[in-house]
Design a protein around this ligand. Structure first.
Ligand SMILES: [Zn+2]
Ligand SMILES: [Zn+2]
Length: 186
C-alpha cells in the first residue's frame, strides 16, 4: 500500500487545524515540524478566552481583522509558551504567509516554509525569505481521502441513475438528476 508523503501528511495536519479557525475572513492552519516530528500547530483565532469573530463578527480596522492572531504566530507562540526551540525548524502553512508572519518566522529561525495556496504573496516577504536564506516551497495539498470518497459517491449516483433509466423513468427528470449529480461530484 502506498503511504502518503511527509509533505502531504504535514500539509493535511495544517488543513485540519485551519478548520478550527474562528476568523472566517481566511481559515489558515500552520504546523511546525522538526526532524519529521510535529512540534506545534496553530490556526487563525482570537487570544485565549477572547470573543470569537464567528460569534461577534470581525473587528476590522484598515481592512484587517485586528482580533485575529495568525496561525503561524499562534504556532510560534505555542513553542515560546512551552519552551520548544524553533531554530532550524520547518513550517507547513495552508496559505502563503503575510509580511508580519514572514518576519516572525525568519526571526524564529524557521528554515523552510511549505505553503499550499498562494495568497497575496507579498514581494517584500519573498525578498526577506530569500535574503534570510529561508527556502520557500509550494506544496499543493491533495485531499486524497476526499478524492477517493468523491469517486465512490459518483459511482453510486451513476449506478442509481442507470437503474432509474432501466425502470423507465422520465427522460427529462433523468437529465435534471444527472445535472444535479454532475454538480455535486465535479
Ligand atoms: Zn476576524
Ligand atoms: Zn500572517
Amino acid at each position: 500500500m502506498e503511504r502518503i508523503s511527509w509533505d502531504q501528511y504535514f500539509m493535511a495536519q495544517s488543513h485540519l487545524l485551519a478548520l478550527r479557525s474562528t476568523c472566517t475572513r481566511l481559515m489558515v492552519g500552520a504546523t511546525i515540524v522538526r526532524e519529521k516530528r510535529i512540534i506545534a500547530g496553530g490556526y487563525n483565532g482570537s487570544v485565549t478566552g477572547g470573543a470569537h469573530c464567528i460569534d461577534e463578527g470581525c473587528y476590522v480596522v484598515d481592512n484587517h481583522c485586528i482580533r485575529t492572531v495568525h496561525a503561524e504566530i499562534n504556532a510560534l507562540l505555542q513553542c515560546a509558551k512551552f519552551g520548544v526551540p524553533t531554530n532550524g525548524a520547518e513550517i507547513y502553512v495552508t496559505h502563503f504567509p503575510c509580511v508580519h508572519c514572514s518576519k516572525a518566522l525568519i526571526q524564529a529561525g524557521i528554515k523552510t516554509v511549505y505553503y499550499a495556496e498562494d495568497y497575496k504573496n507579498h514581494p517584500y516577504a519573498i525578498d526577506m525569505f530569500a535574503e534570510a536564506g529561508v527556502t520557500v516551497v509550494q506544496v499543493p495539498y491533495h485531499n486524497l481521502y476526499n478524492e477517493q470518497e468523491q469517486l465512490q459517491k459518483k459511482a453510486f449516483a451513476t449506478g442509481l441513475l442507470e437503474r432509474l433509466k432501466q425502470a423507465g423513468a422520465d427522460e427529462e427528470e433523468l437529465q435534471r438528476l444527472q445535472a444535479e449529480a454532475d454538480k455535486l461530484f465535479s
